[in-house]
Design a protein around this ligand. Structure first.
Ligand code: PGA
Length: 253
């Protein structure tokens, strides 16, 4: 048995108003009540975080941001500091999602600074990595994922790794309906775990959760979660409706 507690997390991206976010919690609360063998999270737009966290108080649902800055405060128009996420009720933040890398100039270096600052502020971090279709077809999957994880975690201590979750999200599988096969996911997850062992030692590698993301839905979550190195899922589209989200969380039954 793995010592890693599975972590099923929604990534709402740029979906849901405050009212819709609160209604979601009302809809899902009873469906996931009593689940204590799976960690449950929702990454949501900044405007909804405070209301969402308030609505989720007393439930087993954790709330997180989808991005943050590395500075505590300052002249950074449009940015949000890690401490602001904490104040809004967040316990984690998603860093380095491929959409942020692709559309908003996120780099390994900025991810590294953001993840460091987030952890220093008491947040957990879901650090995302993953190859494009072009990179996969060029046989560069492992190299790309290693580059993302190695540089994203540069300078981290073994102690800080307690607050890190890795999400492997092949870009070609995100929002496309093309899910990686369980074997493809497992192959890359084991590459990541090997890298973590080299960087931080086997104990840290064994304790760190690695989520898969990319077109996970109730119909395929079970077979993906059955892989030995898959410890959770980061889910976009299928996390937006309470019944679908609850089915993902309850994949084991
Ligand atoms: P998807 O998105 O589940 O809609 O493919 C996953 C993600 O981008 O985290």
């Amino acid at each position: 048995m793995s010592m890693r507690k599975p972590f099923i997390c929604g990534n709402w991206k740029m979906y849901k108003t405050v009212a819709e976010a609160v209604a979601f919690v009302d809809g899902v609360r009873a469906l996931v009540a009593g689940v204590d063998d799976v960690e449950i999270g929702i990454g949501a737009p900044a405007t909804a975080l405070k209301s969402l966290a308030d609505a989720a108080k007393g439930t087993n649902i954790l709330i997180g941001g989808e991005n943050c800055h590395w500075e505590k405060e300052g002249a950074f128009t449009g940015e949000i500091a890690p401490g602001m996420l904490v104040e809004a009720g967040c316990s984690f933040v998603i860093i380095g999602h491929s959409e942020r890398r692709q559309y908003f100039g996120e780099t390994n270096e900025s991810c590294n600074r953001k993840a460091k600052a987030a952890i220093a502020n008491g947040l957990s971090v879901i650090l995302c990595c993953g190859e494009t279709l072009e990179e996969r077809e060029a046989g560069r999957t492992s190299a790309v994922v290693i580059d993302h994880v190695k540089n994203g975690l540069a300078g981290f201590s073994a102690g800080e790794m307690k607050s890190i979750v890795i999400a492997y999200e092949p870009v070609w599988a995100i929002g496309t309906g093309k899910v990686a096969t369980p074997e493809q996911a497992q192959e890359v997850h084991s590459v990541i775990r090997k890298l973590l062992a080299e960087m931080f030692g086997q104990a840290v590698a064994d304790a760190t959760r690695i989520q898969y993301g990319g077109s996970v839905k109730p119909e395929n979550v079970k077979e993906i979660m059955a892989q030995p190195d898959v410890d959770g899922a980061l889910v976009g589209g299928a996390s937006l409706k309470p019944d679908s989200f609850a089915k993902l969380v309850n994949y084991g039954i």
